[in-house]
Design a protein around this ligand. Structure first.
Ligand code: 5AD
Ligand code: SF4
Length: 452
């Protein structure tokens, strides 16, 4: 059945995975809109169906194949399917074998070429790929980013990763590290404040290894910025109220970042510093390039800061060879640091990675047990530590309203959710900053009342 030209120019996009993927999707959507496509909210309405995929763990990877299987029959209606992102890059043309109704497979390092690829698809080409750009020096810079939140937005500062941790697919799926110029990052920040944005989140797989490339011809060499300088400069853009950044790698996390947080009030009091394990022996096997002590030194810098910095982390349990004693070291580290949030995962063997072939795999039940133990411990830590906010005033950015609970939803500089009630008649607007007094706490959020 042939479709009308109009219906063919509609697309549906679903995104899986990290914030980087979410933001890439905003750029991809902007690029499609600029090519004359219209975004629709259901697969049924769409001519082109795109999945921006994640392959960080096996479960994430399976999601796209389930989706493709669910909608296979729609190919008969002339719909086209595309797989973008990390699974696309990792599996490449194999996706065409496994799901023959797919006509586009494109990794994130090739998004710059999407306009040409779309033209090929429109011309009826069956197998269009963008898979050969992982060695590129170029970033996906576009003036067409379609940001979904009008107050808080992402800016990519560095793409790719050169770290090659033993368990991680990212260096293979996102290619080598390449940074944007600080000039172009700052220009984007200024454009955003002109549009009314007040919060910016700088993004990269490893923001701390940011290296400012040579700027435009004519710009002085001295305008090249380190990551900490770029962070401070974004914080000083007029109109900016909050700046966050993610993700940091402990090896490249310098004290100058803590100094910048001390010096520039708009830089949020929150650092996400993934540790992965508390055992130096396992860190070594993971090729993380730091020891437990070196990690704790960075924590000590943050604890000595003028403002209280909220610290969060990622942990992997059950890496090959992780003993009960190694695991106990991780539990001890949680106590010692007192994280405000821990994102914990069972180790998942990934294609191409060095740890895939390591011996002494931990059985899944044991990984599950360790994950449970770790999360229970962290829940205890947070239950106790979130209480310290009760009675304090916090400024929150209003994110919206939970009608069912008759509460407003806010976010603190520490990146905590603070749900609050307001007196009769008050109606704080989304995107505004309001003072709230904390009246209660849960392991993952705070409760409060608007101060009027
Ligand atoms: N298995 C489990 N967790 C992983 N992560 C990365 N790779 C793997 C893997 N193979 C986790 C790390 C990382 C977070 C984004 O995902 O903790 O920091
Ligand atoms: Fe998933 Fe990593 Fe790719 Fe992000 S970079 S989408 S977390 S595999």
């Amino acid at each position: 059945m042939a479709m009308s030209a109009d219906a063919q120019k509609t697309f549906y996009l679903e995104v899986f995975g990290c914030q980087m993927n979410v933001h890439d999707s905003e750029k991809v959507i902007g690029t499609l809109l600029a090519q004359g496509y219209r975004q629709v909210s259901t697969v049924e309405e769409a001519g082109l169906i795109l999945y921006n995929t994640c392959s960080i763990r096996d479960k994430a990877e399976q999601k796209v194949f389930h989706r493709l299987a669910d909608y296979k029959k729609l190919q008969a209606q002339g719909k086209r399917f595309g797989v973008l992102g990390c699974v696309a890059q990792q599996e490449g043309e194999k996706i065409f074998e496994r799901a023959p109704h797919v006509s586009l497979v494109c990794g994130s390092a090739s998004y710059r070429n999407l306009p040409q690829m779309l033209i090929q698809i429109e011309a009826g080409k069956q197998r269009v790929t963008g898979l050969d750009d992982r060695e590129t020096d170029e970033c996906f810079e576009t003036e067409f980013t379609a940001r979904t939140n009008p107050h808080r937005g992402y800016i990519t500062i560095i793409e790719g990763c050169d770290k090659f941790c033993a368990y991680c697919v990212v260096p293979y799926t996102r290619g080598k590290e390449r940074s944007r110029t600080s000039e172009s990052v700052l220009a984007e920040a200024r454009q955003m404040t002109d549009l009314g944005y007040t919060e910016i989140q700088l993004l990269g797989q490893n923001v701390n290894s940011y290296k400012d490339p040579e700027g435009n011809p004519g710009s002085s060499k001295s305008s090249k910025k380190t990551f900490a300088e770029l962070l401070a400069a974004v914080g000083e853009v007029p109109g900016i109220r909050r700046v966050r950044f993610t993700t940091s790698h402990p090896r490249d996390f310098g004290r100058d970042i803590v100094d910048a947080i001390d010096a520039v009030p708009t830089l949020c009091d929150h650092v996400h510093l993934p540790v992965q394990t508390g055992s130096t022996r396992v860190l070594d096997a993971m090729q993380r390039l730091y020891t437990r002590d070196q990690y704790l030194e960075r924590i000590a810098w943050m604890k000595a800061a003028k403002r209280e910095i909220s610290i969060t982390t990622d942990v992997i349990v059950g890496f090959p060879g992780e003993t009960e004693a190694d695991f106990a070291e991780t539990l001890g580290l949680l106590e010692e640091v007192g994280y405000d949030a821990v994102f914990a995962f069972k180790y998942s063997p990934r294609p191409n990675t060095p740890s895939l072939s390591m011996e002494d795999a931990i059985p899944d039940e044991e990984k599950a047990r360790r994950l449970e133990v770790l999360m229970a411990k962290q829940r205890e830590i947070q239950s106790a530590s979130y209480k310290r906010y009760i009675g304090t005033h916090c400024e929150v950015m209003v994110e919206g309203r939970n009608e069912a609970r008759a509460q407003w939803i806010g976010r603190t500089t520490h990146n905590k959710t603070l749900n609050f009630t307001v007196p009769e008649g008050a109606n704080p607007k989304a995107g505004s900053y309001v003072p709230v007094i904390v009246t209660g706490s849960f392991p993952n959020s705070l409760l409060g009342e608007l101060v009027v």
